[in-house]
Design a protein around this ligand. Structure first.
Ligand code: F6R
Length: 635
């Protein structure tokens, strides 16, 4: 959460900082700001609200400075207003700091600074850092020493960008349990929380590891550990094709990303499933070079080498328990993953919300596999849970859409989903890709452990390969889904129910509706309705039931009948031609016939579209819903 950027070079800094910030707006959009060194003086431009407000300030002021840092904020300490927007300055207004993360002991530090006569202009924890660096600098007269001493006083997980008017040829970056990358260009350098933001300028990047400080100049970067020792690290090459970020003719990124799902599935399947007669293989992915050919350049392959699952057959056979950790939508995908793996491999799987692992005993050991699922690969709680599992000796595996993320650094085993960047803050295509990864992983583990016959494996793979075409059939009915959904746009509460493989779909459907439209929605296991939630039902409450033929069909239908008996407005996601559904529900959002086992890959799509159309109709900011951020790096 929060995005940090920086630039030093021959070009005007403000437009570069802005374009870097555009790539990081997904990390928060409560306010944005830049600090630049203009004619030897530090100057700050910052504004509450979206980046456009900062852009206007920059356009009006036309700064010509060639060095600066910038920030896009997701508020933690202090409301999102101009005053609390970053950068924050020290008392002499010569040092500026941008900050991502939380300083846990900031109140203590602030009290001491106030006793020493320092005055504060914001409610943020960040401002203490600017004052502390400045205070130490007064005696040390050396920025690096001032930063080393300051980080020694800070508690928490954070990343910082710092500039000082006394050292206009340098930017300092500090990383403590976050992500920061320095991009190296030709006589120019860049700083960003996410390497994606520098990729538009250079593909040569040095990542800061934990507890490291970077001193950045136009010519390059020097790295130091918090204890002052210099660290040598060669730059790595990112995929040379910068991500193309455009709406492709769609009104919103969200709608585009929903429509990309058949392609995403095809790409993810193509990468790991060569043919139904061949075993699933999570081989290391080789990044093609700019000519599209695999490269043998060791440096270029540095990133791609970490891809893939590198567990031996013996290790795979020895696993006796799987623990999955994830948050939000990734948690919902993991709940489906549990059912897939348990069914195919006869292995116990536990799924936990990663933040709930904190302070608890994690039940894993040397014969467990812990899987962290995170599209961004940066979610603080998910990473912490995986680190905890590692300490306990568990094998680890990550499922992510970002092979260049922090997650990829902390586990040797990585399944990379082939989604391209997901710009919309609400996850859609990455959810489907995470589900696909779990189907592939389930088959992979079952094959390696001899838990399924060759014939069964072949059938599963063929069925999986057929899913993208079925998805296209749902998307072709988008307009029908739009008209049906808008009948419910004035609801205040919506209930989603499902059982078995589609209980997680009900949770995900409710999450999508609430985050996009701000309508209150809850997902329940259909059988739980009568244990309490049914009390909220009346004629004003729509109930969305996921109803797919299979072992839980009849029971789910009975649960829906219970809702109907309370006069609820009845909506179903059901397969085409289901006559019982047509009789029971006021509205049926239909999907093609599908095996219950694979149905979560289809049933969620009408719910994504329903949420999108309602939110758009209500005039909500569907790509950047209020209060959210795409990368949740605070705990
Ligand atoms: C919802 C959504 C979030 C994320 C959650 C975890 O649409 O996107 O619930 O799923 O914040 O994020 P990652 O997957 O990046 O760990």
């Amino acid at each position: 959460m929060c995005g940090i950027v920086g630039y030093l070079g021959p070009a005007k800094a403000a437009p570069v900082l802005l374009s870097e910030l555009r790539c990081l707006e997904y990390r928060g959009y409560d306010s944005a700001g830049v600090a630049i060194i203009q004619d030897g003086e530090l100057s700050v431009l910052k504004a509450a609200g979206k980046l456009n407000n900062l852009e206007k300030l920059i356009t009006d002021n036309k700064p010509t400075a060639t060095v600066g840092i910038g920030h896009t904020r997701w508020a933690t300490h202090g409301v999102p207003n101009d005053q609390n927007a970053h950068p924050h300055l020290d008392a002499s207004k010569t040092i500026a700091v941008v900050h991502n993360g939380i300083i846990e002991n900031y109140e203590e530090l602030k009290d001491e600074l106030i006793k020493d006569g320092y005055a504060f202009e914001s409610d943020t924890d960040t401002e203490v850092i600017a004052h502390l660096i400045s205070k130490v600098y007064e005696t040390e007269k050396d920025m690096l020493k001032a930063i080393f001493k300051t980080v020694g006083l800070l508690r928490g997980a954070y990343a910082l960008g710092v500039v000082s008017q006394k050292h206009p040829d340098k930017i300092y970056a500090i990383n403590q349990h976050y992500s920061l990358s320095v991009g190296l260009g030709n006589n120019e350098s860049f700083l960003a929380s996410d390497s994606m933001a520098v990729r538009q300028y250079t593909n040569k990047v040095v990542r800061l590891e934990q507890s490291e400080i970077a001193e950045i100049t136009k010519e390059g970067v020097r790295l130091f550990a918090f204890d002052g020792k210099e660290v040598k690290r060669r730059p790595m090459s990112l995929d040379s094709n910068p991500y193309v970020i455009d709406k492709g003719g769609y009104k919103h990124f969200l709608l585009k990303e929903i429509h990309e799902q058949p392609l995403v599935l095809r790409q993810t399947l193509a990468k790991y499933l060569v043919h139904p007669t061949k075993p699933v293989s999570f081989i290391p992915h080789i990044t093609p070079n700019s000519n599209g050919a695999a490269t043998n350049n060791e440096e270029e392959n540095q990133l791609s080498k970490s891809y893939g699952v590198h567990l031996t057959e013996m290790e795979l056979k020895g696993i006796d328990r799987i623990q999955v950790v994830a948050c939000g939508t990734a948690y919902h995908a993991s709940l489906v993953g549990k059912l897939i793996i348990e069914q195919l491999c006869n292995l116990p799987v536990s799924v936990d919300i990663a933040s709930e692992i904190r302070g608890r005993r994690l039940m894993v050991n040397e014969s467990s596999l812990t899987i962290a699922v995170s599209q961004s690969g940066e979610t603080a709680d998910t990473l912490a849970a995986l680190e905890e599992a590692k300490k306990l000796g568990s094998f680890t595996l990550g499922i992510t859409n970002r092979p260049d993320s922090h997650l990829s650094q902390i586990t040797p085993n990585l399944i990379v989903t082939e989604c391209g960047i997901e710009v919309s803050v609400a996850a859609t295509k990455t959810y489907l890709a995470q589900l696909t990864s779990f189907y592939l992983l389930g088959i992979y583990l079952a094959e390696a452990r001899g838990a399924i016959t060759t014939e069964h494996a072949r059938k599963l793979k063929s069925d999986l390969n057929a899913i993208p075409t079925l998805l296209e059939q749902i998307l072709a009915k988008e307009n029908e889904i739009r008209l049906a959904s808008l009948k419910y746009a004035d609801a205040h509460d919506v209930v989603f129910i499902g059982r078995g493989f589609n209980y997680p779909t009900a949770l995900e459907g409710a999450l999508k509706l609430k985050e996009l439209s701000y309508i209150h929605a809850s997902g329940y296991a259909a059988g739980e309705l009568k244990h309490g939630p049914i009390a909220v039902l009346d004629s004003k409450v729509p109930v969305v039931t996921v109803l797919v033929p299979g072992v839980v069909y009849e029971k789910t239908l009975s649960n829906a009948q219970e809702a109907r008996a309370r006069n609820a407005q009845m909506i179903a996601v059901a397969v085409e031609g289901d006559e019982q559904a047509a009789r029971t529900f006021d509205t049926v959002l239909s999907i093609p016939a599908v095996d219950e086992f694979f149905s979560p890959l289809l049933t969620v799509v009408p719910m994504q579209l329903m949420s999108y159309f309602i939110a758009d109709y209500l005039g909500k900011d569907v790509d950047q819903p209020r209060n959210l951020a795409k990368s949740v790096t605070v705990e």
